[in-house]
Design a protein around this ligand. Structure first.
Ligand SMILES: *Cc1c(COP(=O)(O)O)cnc(C)c1O
Length: 430
């Protein structure tokens, strides 16, 4: 028998030795209150906490667990790789194979560079765009998250399009001065920004389909518009698929939407199969600007780590059409059940989806940008969240996150979730 530990006691101890008790802020339950679930193990659609309680998981490691937790073939691939050595600081054949697999699914990634985190992937993409264009400025959207590098931790000031303000203590004004923040889906604001300083803009970076302010799909044609606008002004288009890549379909959001070619694409989460691995890919002539071929420096001691590469390869190998069809179907089932339960309890809500990704906004009406995403009843979400948790279902602990399903969410796991919804919906009533 595994040792049984009390979550509360562990959280107290954790906060003594780790700021907030967590290694990444949203895990601390700050916006919903209460004690985070300390996970002891996970398998398929379930996680088990340190006290031995089993929960149906709708976080899925924030996306990577597309196949479910601890898929036997992925675990075996990692174990096999581990037995051959944990890290070499030298190239491996598996990296070449994974780059081939990425390119086969996302042809615009003509060449691929592996890094360890999504943050590194987008940070490098920005550096590459600046190096390639010789321009300083970048445009990002309010509510889009691209990791925590300084230039991308810019928040919007007031007004339609603003010079970025530091989004965190410790980020200097200099670091965000060249970041222009625009409201998502706002074409007029973008036209204005490019009309006034288009010749100084290196790139627009956008989430392929935003899912870090809740799920806010691009309005029809929006990504095509970004492509056209950047091309017209000699700027690059960086599409961040760290979250959507290989999750919403075999070729990510680009594979679903198709028809336009970004210059640089970033990947993370699913591509590492639950291990620390991320990547950027793009036009070969641009990628050739990266060191050692070109002048844009980028490096990493653990980049392309053999265990992470093995997990990514095994995951992509297993993530075929049947997996995506299952996740799509489960997503539709769950969206329908959540909508029904909240409607029956007369709780104002809007379910917003992009492919199999969806989130529930506790407000009426469609959400097209961050301003609207913020105008929801977070208290209602927190009550809903805790009721689900009490009933054995772990939702993402924030009203601004997508709910993640996996191919391992079978009828039984779905039934457990669906059975918990009516009580949770009543808890959410104001
Ligand atoms: C998670 C995420 C990142 C950051 O990835 P990390 O691995 O957490 O650094 C970047 N962009 C998007 C769209 C993400 O969802």
């Amino acid at each position: 028998m595994a040792e049984v530990i009390d979550n509360e006691a562990l959280f107290r101890h954790a906060r003594d030795v780790i700021p907030g008790g967590v290694s990444s802020p949203v895990r601390a339950f700050g916006s919903v209150g209460g004690t985070p679930v300390f996970v002891a193990s996970a398998r398929g659609a379930y996680i088990r906490d340190v006290a031995g309680r089993e929960l149906v998981d709708l976080v899925c490691s924030w996306g990577p667990a597309l196949l479910g937790h601890a898929h036997p073939e992925v675990v075996e691939a990692v174990q096999e790789a581990a037995a051959k050595g944990l890290s070499f600081g030298a190239p491996t054949a598996a990296e070449v194979e994974l780059a081939d697999a990425v390119r086969a699914r996302v042809p615009v990634a003509e060449q691929v560079r592996f890094v360890s985190t999504g943050t590194e992937a987008t940070m490098t993409a920005i550096r590459l765009a600046r190096g390639a264009t010789g321009r300083d400025r970048i445009v990002k959207f309010a509510g889009c998250y691209h990791g925590h590098s300084d230039a991308l931790l810019a928040s919007a000031g007031s007004g339609v399009a603003t010079q970025g303000l530091p989004g965190s203590a410790g980020v200097t004004e200099a670091a965000t001065r060249d970041t222009i923040v625009v409201e998502y889906n706002d074409r007029a604001a973008l036209e204005e920004v490019f009309a006034s300083s288009g010749d100084r803009i290196a790139a627009i970076i956008t989430e392929a389909a935003p899912a870090n302010m809740g799920v806010v799909p691009p309005s029809p044609g929006f990504n095509f518009f970004l492509r056209e606008l950047t091309s017209r002004h000699g700027a690059l288009l960086i599409v961040d698929e760290v979250l959507t890549g290989f999750r919403v379909g075999p070729g990510g959001w680009l594979g679903l939407e198709g028809g336009y070619r970004p210059d640089i694409v970033t990947f993370g989460k699913v591509v590492g199969g639950g291990m620390p691995l991320a990547a950027l890919g793009g036009r070969a002539d641009l990628m050739q600007l990266l060191a050692p071929v070109g002048p844009v420096y980028q490096a990493g001691t653990l980049s392309g780590n053999p265990l992470a590469t093995a997990a990514g390869l095994a995951t992509l190998r297993l993530a075929g059409d049947a997996v995506y069809a299952t996740v799509d179907r489960r997503s539709l089932e769950l969206q329908a059940a959540v909508g029904e339960a909240l409607s029956a309890a007369s709780v104002p809500h809007h379910i917003s989806a992009a492919g199999s990704l969806f989130s529930v906004f506790f407000r009426e009406g469609a959400v097209t940008n961050y301003e609207e995403a913020k105008a929801q009843d977070q208290g209602a979400f927190a009550r809903f969240f805790h009721s689900m948790l009490d009933q054995g279902v772990a939702l993402p602990p924030s009203a601004f996150e997508a709910w993640f399903l996996s191919a391992a969410h079978d009828d039984e796991a779905m039934a457990r979730i669906v059975d918990a919804l009516p009580v949770a919906a009543r808890s959410a009533q104001s």
